[in-house]
Design a protein. Structure first.
Length: 105
């Protein structure tokens, strides 16, 4: 059986996978903002000072450092991967991935 799900926005895409990550609504919004900001960035690190500044502006946070707790939660829940000082996005959430297949056995 094949099921097609349209994910016509970044938020919808992360929402579809939320059964795996168990994110709160605020975490979903912040993650979507990070993805949106990083679509135009050439940096491999999702959580640079510049991206945090932009996400804080989108989320109407006065202090970008407020995001540090959310970044840790996103890492702990598996939405972000952290390796050698660099935060990257879990493959399942990458909007550039056009085809993902899941086989249930």
């Amino acid at each position: 059986m094949k099921v097609n799900i349209k994910a016509n926005s970044i938020f919808k895409r992360v929402q579809i996978w939320n059964g795996i990550f168990n994110l709160t609504n605020k975490e979903l919004e912040i993650l979507s903002a990070f993805i949106k900001v990083n679509l135009t960035s050439k940096s491999k690190n999702f959580c640079t000072k510049k991206s945090k500044d932009e996400v804080a502006k989108i989320m109407n946070f006065d202090d970008p450092n407020t995001l540090n707790n959310y970044i840790k939660k996103l890492k702990d829940k598996g939405a972000f991967k952290y390796r050698k000082g660099i935060y990257s996005l879990n493959r399942l959430l990458n909007p550039k991935e056009t085809k993902i297949e899941i086989n249930l056995v």
